[in-house]
Ligand binder design. Sequence first.
Ligand SMILES: *[C@@H]1O[C@H](CO)[C@@H](O)[C@H](O)[C@H]1NC(C)=O
Ligand SMILES: *[C@@H]1O[C@H](CO)[C@@H](O)[C@H](O)[C@H]1NC(C)=O
Ligand SMILES: *[C@@H]1O[C@H](CO)[C@@H](O)[C@H](O)[C@H]1NC(C)=O
Ligand SMILES: *[C@@H]1O[C@H](CO)[C@@H](O)[C@H](O)[C@H]1NC(C)=O
Ligand SMILES: *[C@@H]1O[C@H](CO)[C@@H](O)[C@H](O)[C@H]1NC(C)=O
Ligand SMILES: *[C@@H]1O[C@H](CO)[C@@H](O)[C@H](O)[C@H]1NC(C)=O
Ligand SMILES: *[C@@H]1O[C@H](CO)[C@@H](O)[C@H](O)[C@H]1NC(C)=O
Ligand SMILES: *[C@@H]1O[C@H](CO)[C@@H](O)[C@H](O)[C@H]1NC(C)=O
Ligand SMILES: *[C@@H]1O[C@H](CO)[C@@H](O)[C@H](O)[C@H]1NC(C)=O
Ligand SMILES: CC(=O)N[C@H]1CO[C@H](CO)[C@@H](O)[C@@H]1O
Length: 463
Amino acid sequence: MRAIIVVAALATVNAVHLSPDQLNTVWEHAVRLSNFSWENGTLGETWLEWKYPHLSVFASTAPLPLPDITSDQVPEIMRLAEDLMANRPTNFTNPALPYNTSATPTDTAGNNSEFRRRQTPTSAPVPAGSASAPPTVLNVPLITNPQLPRGQPLLEDGAAGDPPSMGVTVLVAEKANPGAQIKGVSYMQAAQSQVNYLLYGVPQNDHGAISHRAASSQLWADNVYMVPPFLAYFGAVTNNQTLLQAAFDQISAYRQGLQDPETKLWRHMSPGPEAEDPNLWATGNAWAAAGIVRVLATIKRSQFGAEMGDQQSQLQVWAAEILGASKTYMTHDGLLRNYINNGTEFVDSAATALMASAGLRMSTLNLTNDHVDAATRMLAGASRNVNSTGYLTNVTDPYSFYKPGTYSPEGNAFVILGYAAYKDWEKMGKPGNTRGKDPLSGAARVGASWAGVLLAVLVALVL
Ligand SMILES: *[C@@H]1O[C@H](CO)[C@@H](O)[C@H](O)[C@H]1NC(C)=O
Ligand SMILES: *[C@@H]1O[C@H](CO)[C@@H](O)[C@H](O)[C@H]1NC(C)=O
Ligand SMILES: *[C@@H]1O[C@H](CO)[C@@H](O)[C@H](O)[C@H]1NC(C)=O
Ligand SMILES: *[C@@H]1O[C@H](CO)[C@@H](O)[C@H](O)[C@H]1NC(C)=O
Ligand SMILES: *[C@@H]1O[C@H](CO)[C@@H](O)[C@H](O)[C@H]1NC(C)=O
Ligand SMILES: *[C@@H]1O[C@H](CO)[C@@H](O)[C@H](O)[C@H]1NC(C)=O
Ligand SMILES: *[C@@H]1O[C@H](CO)[C@@H](O)[C@H](O)[C@H]1NC(C)=O
Ligand SMILES: *[C@@H]1O[C@H](CO)[C@@H](O)[C@H](O)[C@H]1NC(C)=O
Ligand SMILES: *[C@@H]1O[C@H](CO)[C@@H](O)[C@H](O)[C@H]1NC(C)=O
Ligand SMILES: CC(=O)N[C@H]1CO[C@H](CO)[C@@H](O)[C@@H]1O
């Protein structure tokens, strides 16, 4: 009898609000294991949000353009940026160009669609709230125009869209060490060259969406966390509204290319020759929601914030579509499945943590508290899957998106992004909280735990 009571009591403890020590361990693993371009880019963003929140686009006082900083105030950012500059290709060759330089405009406009590019730049404004309106597209001339600066990516990668994830880190390094050159190139020059490559060197689809891949034209939802936040940030720190608008337009074109009209969730990829996944991938949706919220914050914090209110409202609607739809598919443990709408798929606590951070950011940006409830349940759900040695478990394999994995460097970073958002939200007095004093304390399982206690008490009474 006593044994039963002890077991039931233990079940009620269920401490899922990770302690500072646990979070440090989670973070150490993320730092140690991040290796690929998008992992390092995510790490750079997470350093800003977690350790240097006054420099992040989510800071409550306008940080853009950035305040003066020195490199010893942001050593981890400098190390990431210095490593990148050392790895930066010196002999980059654009895989897309051999196709296109010889192609005439007629070829590219016709059914040679692998490298289709827009022929006539359009600049029709997007009527706010209209889902079917064509996105505005940046006034990008043809790739065949030899006058344009081609640029090159920050890192050599089969993905055109992943290296730009490092762009914000590189721009913060420029601020901390202005004009400093590594291998004869400054941080700002490297970032500018990456912007040029995105605008003039990467294939686009016929709505102006810049491909996620370098050698073919294909949209991946991942891109929304990697490219638009960089374009927007570059625009904000150089006071270039065209690039803030381009970030918005890219999200618009990606949404048009990937959104499933029925669920409002986004497909992982558009059709393409290099990879295939038309499913509603949790990580892709979380990348998209979190990327949208970063761009929204960047526009809001830029000197064009007041002029670009419509874009901010529209971005809020698009993030809410993903957050709202995800919530309806969340498991009773507060988790998302790897393919969100498939009830027999394995759960992915990594995507869940990133989605939680996006939901909480909507609140810390003072936009809406509508997503607080789902976001805190998701963050609690993900926290419950951090094991005793600090790894997030029950994750998708970050290198084979359709398979379960044993650990995830990005997943560990997503937990920290979730807690960074939570911390800012807590500081504001937890607006919109309906889940008790500590919304991460395991409420998703309270029902089950109390049932356990009740059962134990009944058993005790009977015996
Ligand atoms: C680290 O990344 C490089 C490519 O950038 C890759 O060749 C290597 O296998 C990766 N290492 C691990 C442990 O994933
Ligand atoms: C990511 O960062 C790690 C540690 O700084 C470094 O070893 C690795 O080469 C970087 N990856 C890329 C693709 O630059
Ligand atoms: C949100 O509102 C609070 C209270 O009015 C304010 O202190 C805070 O700076 C605002 N945050 C943002 C990101 O605008
Ligand atoms: C630069 O790239 C070209 C073409 O890929 C190659 O032939 C050449 O050897 C490379 N040069 C260096 C210095 O790597
Ligand atoms: C373009 O290709 C698609 C699919 O391959 C085909 O259905 C369509 O008829 C083609 N259009 C033209 C103008 O050739
Ligand atoms: C903004 O950036 C775009 C793309 O790099 C460039 O063409 C344009 O000249 C810039 N505008 C200003 C005002 O710097
Ligand atoms: C749902 O996931 C299961 C298990 O991964 C898979 O076998 C099934 O085909 C999926 N169903 C749909 C409709 O995609
Ligand atoms: C999470 O992972 C553990 C250990 O691998 C496993 O026992 C458990 O069933 C998983 N939970 C879910 C919800 O898949
Ligand atoms: C936690 O998960 C990691 C990654 O899957 C694994 O290597 C480690 O053994 C796990 N720790 C425990 C205590 O099970
Ligand atoms: C690799 C490739 O498909 N290149 C094409 C570029 O455009 C020319 C002219 O249309 C084509 O002949 C090439 O096949």
